[in-house]
Design a protein around this ligand. Sequence first.
Ligand code: HEC
Length: 124
Amino acid sequence: MRTFTTILCASGMLLAAGEAAAQAHQPPKIEADGYVWEHTDNPYSGNADAIAEGQRVYRSTCYICHADTGSRGPNLRKSKLKGQAFLKIVINGRKGTQMPAWKGKLTEDEMWKVYSFLEAPPPQ
Ligand code: HEC
């Protein structure tokens, strides 16, 4: 019985390793402007540490215009933009508006953390 479990576990580990390798071989998604994505979707959804870090970044970089429920810029918790569509605006800004580009100022990781913060229930 013990041997059986060991074999099962070992094959499970092999499977997991195989999946990780398959993911690593996926070509990175590249935008027309040459931007190479690190993540195709939010890697931090529901991650409490990332949400806390996202809140910190939001306070210091976005709050001045977006506040808690919108001010100069809209309420980002109500944005219809999801995932990469949301981040694209953060990366490139929106030309002709006051929304600045954050590429080179924030890492993609930090942007996903801000996104996670905005996705999570608002702090009371
Ligand atoms: C200097 C002011 C300013 C700052 C700072 C700012 N924004 Fe904005 N943002 C705006 C304005 C104004 C708009 C609305 C642009 C428009 O008219 O389409 C906007 C729009 C957006 C949108 C598009 C929302 C939608 O649904 O169309 C996103 C996403 C966004 N901001 C994210 C952020 C994030 C994240 C930060 C912090 C890293 C940030 N913004 C910092 C002014 C700002």
